[in-house]
Ligand binder design. Structure first.
Ligand SMILES: Nc1ncnc2c1ncn2[C@@H]1O[C@H](COP(=O)(O)OP(=O)(O)OC[C@H]2O[C@H](OP(=O)(O)O)[C@H](O)[C@@H]2O)[C@@H](O)[C@H]1O
Length: 176
């Protein structure tokens, strides 16, 4: 679908009011660490959500099972954090990470379309209510993100961008 670019810090969005639920997405490893890059900022800003993510990763016996999946986390604010599990811990090659990105975007789309798949109860209710408002038109959602995969995961942006364009989601990309 569409990819639009904006200049600046992703977190500045949290000062604005939006008509749709505020989704802030980032690529995550599958071992429960938000240790560097923008993930570290998520950990500082939303520590309770970090604990949910960490616990979720610990419960899974094999981190491979998370690859290509998404996880929606509630926050204490009006923000939903979207984790895209695109790499276990950054050791895969670019094409593998990009493939996992494609799958995790499909998983996110499916969760928005069918909120019963959403693990977090608070998020599930927000999505159910908004879906009623928009008559299940998932194109009304905006997935806000930085240049995912292009920092610590080392993937050329063009490869990730192609997957965003080919996905069924509208993405807004914030570029520092
Ligand atoms: N506030 C902000 N607003 C907008 N853009 C911002 C920003 N802050 C940074 N950026 C940019 O955001 C892009 C992505 O760069 P990042 O390196 O973060 O992410 P990535 O997707 O390559 O990698 C994921 C793994 O990084 C961590 O790894 P560890 O835990 O240390 O293992 C995680 O946990 C994952 O596992 C780069 O263009 C940064 O300039």
């Amino acid at each position: 679908m569409t990819v639009k670019y904006f200049k600046g810090d992703l977190f500045k969005l949290t000062n604005e009011t939006t008509s749709s639920p505020l989704l802030l997405a980032h690529s995550c490893n599958c071992i429960g660490i938000w240790g560097g890059g923008i993930a570290k900022q998520f950990k500082i800003n939303y520590f309770n959500s970090y604990k949910l993510y960490n616990k979720y990763c610990q419960i899974v016996s094999n981190p491979n099972d998370l690859l290509g999946k998404s996880l929606l986390l509630s926050t204490d604010e009006n923000v939903i954090i979207v984790c895209l599990f695109t790499s276990i811990i950054g050791e895969e090659n670019e094409l593998e990470i990009v493939h996992n990105t494609k799958l995790s975007l499909i998983d996110l789309y499916n969760k928005l379309k069918d909120p019963q798949l959403i693990e977090d109860k608070k998020v599930r209710n927000i999505i159910i209510n908004y879906n009623n408002e928009i008559n299940m038109d998932i194109s009304k959602y905006i997935v806000n993100m930085p240049l995912i995969n292009s920092g610590i995961f080392g993937v050329s942006w063009g490869l990730t961008e192609k997957e965003l364009i080919e996905s069924e989601l509208n993405c807004h990309v914030y570029k520092l």
